[in-house]
Design a protein around this ligand. Sequence first.
Ligand SMILES: O=C1O[C@H](COP(=O)(O)O)[C@@H](O)[C@H](O)[C@H]1O
Length: 253
Amino acid sequence: MATKGEVKKEVFESEEDLAVSLAKYTAQLSDKFCKERGAFSVVLSGGSLINSLRKLVEPPFIDSIEWSKWHVFWLDERVVPKDHEDSNYKLAYDGLLSKVPILPGNVYAINDTLSAEAAAEDYEARLRHLVKSNIINISAASGFPKFDLQLLGMGPDGHVASLFPGHPLVKENEKWVTFIKDSPKPPPERITFTFPVINSSAYIALVVTGAAEAGAVQNALGNSQNSEKLPVAMVSPEGELAWFLDTAAASKL
Ligand SMILES: O=C1O[C@H](COP(=O)(O)O)[C@@H](O)[C@H](O)[C@H]1O
């Protein structure tokens, strides 16, 4: 288990090097949790993260990972049909899930026939059920679900999941999953994990690439003049936080 609250930061010369290191990190945690508890609960973001996970579907990772023990969740999802171009499920399916032998029953996509509000309630109810069946751990400290690994991306404005700067949802501290109908980034309707769920995680990998992200990285990790704490700066898991940055994203540190 990681040291409580440990923060690691690595800056890579190229996105290619970052992708290899991210695959190693994910594969090592998969091995650890599959051995320890016979299951690995993994939470995916949308956006550029899925491309950064591409090495997982190549040797040696594709052959060594016990894919049948993976249980896959979404940190946030857009309220669109699963085959829509904006769907985070579709992005992950096309780039990762369709290429590896993960059991279809272990892939927990949102119910895309429901409204945003109902989809968030439904997803939380399914998580509660999976906690009861020990697929997902619960945090003794917070009482919120404790995923083995959450893989986070970040937008240039410092948003993580669908938790945007200045939006009241960043303060939600009771619900596990909530919804937004006025997302500043399209599409407007989404569901998202809340900060208590994000911050109860055993491990978080925060993957950030590109110069457009440098200011938000500085807000979270550097000496920023900006007193407003961006959502990315509120990521503080019970377990380990590992930053995977490229030189452009780290250029203001
Ligand atoms: O809208 C979203 O944006 C963030 C960041 O995406 P990126 O393309 O800038 O990496 C993503 O993490 C989130 O899951 C997604 O819904």
